[in-house]
Design a binder for this molecule. Structure first.
Ligand SMILES: [Zn+2]
Ligand SMILES: [Zn+2]
Length: 271
């Protein structure tokens, strides 16, 4: 079984539940027999200009508070890491040189395209073909970024956050297998780990999962030998437990098993 999760939000994320506390997550993780967990609260490095009003107060520095708190908690034998979910907003990577002082690892999204006019350029809004091209371009440029060594992997890769299933299918109808292969190779060559994001997959009816458009992307990534990691993207303890309950079914539907998730786990465990 896949016994880890490195994408969990606490109350320190603006969108996290106010009662999303680390100890409650750790207690739940212990019930779920997880060995490794990582808190990845949203963060924008204040040394990088251009934060949106939503990101501006969510600095890397503020996350240092978790370090002190963790010392006082009962970790129940679980390896607990303190990470961040950064941002790649229209080709602007919001990680400064000192970000690594405050966190153990950084995950980066390229597809917060619900942040229209900030992540997704205004000209792509309402146009699935341009949205598709944005997703492909931003994915590849992130994998090849000059600061590639500052982050571990990409969260909810190629998943246009906030869009309906119908619109997502429309976007994917403009993404060819050749483009997906190019994305997969960029991730594999640059050792960028890719997330299986339980929050995104749980929106898809289980009987449609195996034929969902994301599967074309994950198939390409499997063929390219990419590393995968597990993330619940939970914003509350209940969602964390629920998402892990769906984990095996989702991994099965993707034609994957535990072996696909081992390399990333080992790499992040070793720092
Ligand atoms: Zn995200
Ligand atoms: Zn997240």
């Amino acid at each position: 079984m896949i016994n880890y999760d490195i994408h969990i939000h606490t109350h320190l994320s603006s969108c996290g539940a106010r009662d999303a506390f680390m100890q409650d997550y750790i207690n739940a993780a212990s019930e779920l027999s997880l060995e490794l967990m990582g808190f990845a609260d949203h963060a924008w490095d204040d040394s990088v200009n251009g934060a949106s009003p939503w990101y501006a107060p969510q600095t890397y520095k503020r996350l240092i508070a978790r370090k002190e708190e963790l010392k006082t908690l009962d970790k129940k034998g679980i390896n607990v890491l303190l990470g961040a979910e950064g941002e790649y907003a229209n080709e602007l990577l919001a990680i400064g040189d000192s970000a690594a002082e405050f966190v153990d690892y950084i995950l980066v999204p390229h597809s917060h395209t619900h942040m229209k006019g900030f992540v997704l350029p205004s000209g792509c809004v309402g146009n699935p073909e341009k949205h598709a091209s944005y997703l492909v371009k931003s994915f590849i440029s992130l994998c090849n970024h000059e600061k590639r060594n500052m982050f571990f992997g990409i969260v909810h890769p190629m998943s246009p956050c906030g869009e309906t299933e119908e619109y997502t299918e429309k976007i994917f109808s403009f993404i060819t297998d050749e483009m997906l292969k190019e994305c997969a190779c960029a991730a594999s060559e640059n050792k960028v780990a890719l997330e299986v994001n339980l929050s995104e997959f749980k929106k898809i009816p289980p009987d449609q999962l195996h034929q969902h458009c994301y599967n074309r992307f994950f198939d390409a990534c499997k063929r390219a030998g990419c590393e995968f990691f597990m993330g619940s993207d939970a914003h509350a303890v209940k969602a964390f437990v629920d998402n892990h309950g769906l984990k095996n079914g989702i991994v099965d539907a993707l034609g994957m098993d535990e072996s696909f998730f081992k390399a990333a786990k080992l790499r992040i465990s070793n720092g």
